[in-house]
Every structure is written in C-alpha cells, then in structure tokens.
Design a protein around this ligand. Structure first.
Ligand SMILES: Cc1cc2nc3c(=O)[nH]c(=O)nc-3n(C[C@H](O)[C@H](O)[C@H](O)COP(=O)(O)OP(=O)(O)OC[C@H]3O[C@@H](n4cnc5c(N)ncnc54)[C@H](O)[C@@H]3O)c2cc1C
Length: 383
C-alpha cells in the first residue's frame, strides 16, 4: 500500500491537518492511522475546551485569533454550531511583578489587535461584585474572541468534511533511509510507503519520533478537571477566571468547571487516568472560597483526568519538518493549548507539506530547530 501523506493520530490535530490537505491539495492521497477511534483517552476528548487571546507570545495570539475566526465560521462552512461561549478569560495578579507581566502581555496582545482590557481591583469589583479583590494588584479581561466551545465537535467537523483514508491501526515502526521516512509499519503487520509522515500522536509524540531516531522532549503530564455545583451561583457571565494561585474556574452550563496546575507534575504512564481528587479538596476549593463567597458552598459532581502532551523545553508547540529527516513533520507538544491551535496548526502544517512553505501564518519559530539548540520559546501565559 502507498499513500502520499500518512498522519499518525486522528484526533483534533491530525484531523485538522487532513482536512486542510484536502482543501489545499485534493490530488494528494492522505491516510490517517488511529489506534483508538473512540478517542476516549485522547487529549482532545478530555480537554477543558477553552480558547483565548491572552498569551505572551505574539504568534500564539495570532494562532488563537485564527482559531476563533474558524470556530465562528463553522455554521456557514459546515452547518455546524460549535457552541462558542464568548465569555472571556480573566487573569488575576496579586503582586507587583505579576501586574507587570500582565501589562507586558497586554501590550503584545493589543499590538496583535486582541480585545483585552486591564482592570484595577476597583474596576474589577464593580464588574464582578462577588469577587474578593483586596489582595489583587491588577486583572486582565478578554472582552471578545475568548471563551470555550465544543472540542469534540471541532474534531468531528474536520472528520466529517474530509475524505481521507482512515485506518484503525497502531503505528509501531518507521523505516528511514537516506534522510527520509519511506514506510510506516503497523501493528496489524501492514506496511505503507509514504511521501510524507506527520506525527500528530499527542502525548505519544515522543515514542513516534523515537521510531525515526528523533528525540522530542514531550511527555504525558496529568491534569484533572472537576465539575461542581454552587449553592448560590455568582452572577451570570463569569469568564474563565485564573486565580493567582493557578486555580481556574468557569461556568459549564448550569454548573462550573475547574482545575489547577499540580504542585508535583511528573510524567505519567500512558494508561494512568486516575483523577487526583485531593487537588479539589486541598488546592481548588480553598482558593475559590477565598476569592468569592459564592464558592464557599460548592459540591463536587464529577472529575476526570487527561494528559497534556507536555513540551518540557517551553510548553509550546513544535511544528514543521525535521531538519535532517526532511519528510518527517511535527505537530506536537501543545501542552495545555492545542485544541484552540488546531485550526491554525492544521492549516500551517498542510501548507508546509503540500506547498513547501507556510502561507497563512508563519509558524517557523515553532520549529524543531529550537529543540536542537536548547533555546526555549517561552510562553508566560500557560495554564
Ligand atoms: C485536561 C485537559 C484540559 C485541556 N484544556 C485545553 C483548553 O482549555 N484549551 C486548549 O486549547 N487545549 C486544552 N488542552 C490541550 C488540548 O486538548 C490538546 O493540546 C489537543 O487536544 C491535542 O490534540 P492532538 O490531536 O495533538 O492529541 P490527542 O487528542 O491526544 O490525539 C492524539 C491521537 O493519536 C493517537 N495515537 C497515539 N499514538 C498512536 C500510534 N502509535 N498509532 C496510531 N495512533 C496513535 C491517539 O490514539 C490519539 O487519538 C487540554 C488538555 C487536557 C488533557
């Protein structure tokens, strides 16, 4: 069997690349290999589904702006409403240095045209009276283009609207000769020769790279999400709020969704999806109750754990071709923000594979070269 392009991993990133390849170069044959078509353990299905413009790196701002425009356009494009709740993100700082970081980020975001406002503690209190603001130094609120949406819906939109070949199989080896991936070996015993190979394996990205002898500093890190009920809910329109403690919370229908960055954050086994319940009891609830009396009487409803494909170097995506194995392409290491990046990354990687260059957004600085040089592309706004 032969395919012009083989994509390992068919969740949101792999599907976004495949759909864009179909738009840009319909003459190419494209095959997605997916080991679990239920996607039950994929990061995509377990995501908190947020999209924001509030990044410290201008390219990440532009990538999300592309993403939100794409999401808003899916009703017209695909007849699909992804239920975007455009309620914003609200970052809080409680130190002078934290306020300075918010100001610097704000300058970057405004230069990219993001609709973000800085609020003093008094202005914040006027806007959200239930919040305790005495300890705060500054807040940053997204006024439009930020919120949350249907993550699985986005993946399914890409899948339903492309005509690629999908194989339920597992990539177990790559045959590399003279600086090219020649063939992909599957658990079923099949071997498919290819013109280009794209790694879209999420938390498994390092294992797939290793099959070509490539080191990729991406590992599975566990994040637990919780939903809870509130005895007396705060007023409607609460954004996704990121407390200075790192605890975040947002409305989820009639309920609330929350999580935190764990204090101890080791790589975990690929099959370890045991939620860390103690994070809710010991970190999240105390922080939320201190921030708002509305969160004093809450009852946890459900919890689940998913894996970030955590880029240990800088928590930023790695995209583009390998400098030596020139038809091996990365779409990896998205850490906590890959869902919102799928539209732009899908477009960019497809352009690079089919046209030989980025055309829409220049993603060059996300390239693998920085990994080789050990030079992080630091993103200060990570959740
Ligand atoms: C709890 C949590 C909350 C998050 N919140 C947000 C958020 O609010 N906003 C945001 O933008 N992002 C968020 N993210 C990150 C986002 O979900 C991911 O970055 C994004 O879904 C990555 O998509 P992916 O397709 O790269 O990976 P995945 O969705 O993990 O898909 C990878 C696929 O590759 C397949 N695969 C792996 N190995 C093989 C193999 N050998 N052969 C064949 N197939 C293989 C897997 O089965 C899987 O289906 C969150 C993630 C988690 C875990």
């Amino acid at each position: 069997m032969q395919s012009d392009v083989i994509i390992c991993g068919g969740a949101v990133i792999g599907s976004a690349i495949a759909w864009n390849l179909g738009q840009i170069a319909p003459e190419l044959s494209v095959t997605i290999i997916e080991r679990d078509p239920s996607f039950q353990h994929s990061s995509t299905a377990l995501s908190a589904s947020g999209i924001r413009q509030q990044f410290s790196d201008s390219l990440n701002v532009a990538i999300s702006q592309f993403g939100v425009a794409f999401i808003k356009d899916t009703p017209a494009r695909w007849g699909l409403d992804l239920n975007l709740r455009e309620q914003g993100y609200l970052y809080l700082s409680d130190t002078d240095s934290g306020a300075q970081v918010l100001r610097e980020n704000h300058a970057v975001q405004r230069a990219e045209g993001a609709d973000v406002d800085l609020l003093s503690p008094d202005e914040l209190k006027t806007r959200f009276p239930h919040l305790n603001t005495e300890d705060l130094t500054l807040a940053s609120l997204g006024l439009s283009g930020e919120g949350w949406f249907d993550s699985v819906g986005l993946m399914q939109g890409y899948q339903a609207n492309s005509t690629v070949t999908r194989l339920n199989d597992k990539v177990v080896g790559l045959s590399v000769q003279s600086g090219k991936v020649h063939a992909v070996k599957l658990a079923s015993g099949a071997e498919i020769s290819c013109g280009a190979f794209i790694n879209a394996a999420g938390p498994y990205a390092a294992e797939i790279s290793e099959m070509a002898g490539i080191m990729l500093p991406v590992e599975p890190r566990k994040r637990t999400n919780f939903t809870f009920d509130c005895a007396v809910a705060p007023e409607a329109g609460l954004p996704l709020m990121i407390d200075p403690t790192g605890v975040w919370v947002r409305p989820e229908g009639q309920h609330f969704l929350c999580g935190c960055g764990p204090e101890d954050d080791p790589a975990v086994a690929h099959d370890d999806f045991e939620p860390r319940f103690q994070e809710f009891e010991e970190i999240i609830w105390p922080a939320l109750a201190a921030r708002s009396p509305a969160f004093e009487a809450i009852k946890m409803q459900a919890m689940w754990a998913g894996h970030y494909a955590y880029n240990v170097l800088d928590q930023n995506a790695v995209t583009g071709a390998h400098p030596e194995i020139s038809n091996f392409y990365f779409a990896n290491g998205f850490s906590g923000h890959g869902l919102q990046q799928a539209p732009a990354i899908g477009r960019g990687v497809a352009e690079l594979v089919a046209l030989g260059a980025y055309k829409t957004l220049d993603l060059t600085k996300l390239g693998y070269e920085r990994i080789l040089r050990g030079e992080p592309l630091l993103e200060k706004c990570v959740i």
